[in-house]
Design a protein. Structure first.
Length: 157
């Protein structure tokens, strides 16, 4: 936001919507071209300024920033196996198994409790996951063996 203020010699709130549009257009077309992240942060900071001043986004006619829809990188079975073979502590192997094998997020793995594991049905109950929603995810036999070994080692400590 400092860059736009320095460019015009006044605060963004003192600018017209056309001046902001011209600045953003010039920003995207200057050489060397700034990163898309830099452009996004410029727009987001202007939105934050408008919100903190109680003004609608339409006040400066800011562009919509669309999220890129990229497919995730999927590792092959061999790559996953090599990754698990490199990791030594059983705890870390189980964590990787839950993260990658079950598709859990870090905060979901942190919240796993023993009562969430159903080895008979080969399911893990994820409580209050993303969007504060519960869901069940399947557990592989390999992951169940690792979890049982970790639980046994943990309870004997």
């Amino acid at each position: 936001m400092a860059a736009i203020s320095l460019h015009f010699g006044r605060t963004p709130l003192e600018l017209t919507a056309e001046e902001v549009q011209d600045y953003l257009f010039a920003l995207q077309n200057r050489s060397p071209t700034p990163s898309q992240t830099y452009f996004k942060h410029t727009v987001f900071s202007l939105r934050f300024l408008l919100k903190s001043e109680g003004l609608p986004y339409a006040h400066l006619l800011l562009p919509e920033i669309r999220k890129e829809k990229k497919l995730p990188v999927v590792l092959s079975k061999e790559e996953v196996w090599r990754m698990l073979c490199v990791v030594k502590p059983l705890k870390h192997k189980v964590l990787l198994g839950l993260l990658y094998g079950c598709g859990l997020r870090c905060f979901e793995v942190r919240n796993v409790r023993l009562r969430d594991l159903d080895f008979d049905r080969r399911l893990l109950h994820v409580v209050l996951g993303k969007g504060k929603k519960d869901r069940y995810v399947p557990l592989s036999e390999h992951l169940i063996r690792g979890l049982k070994a970790y639980i046994l080692n943990w309870s004997n400590s």
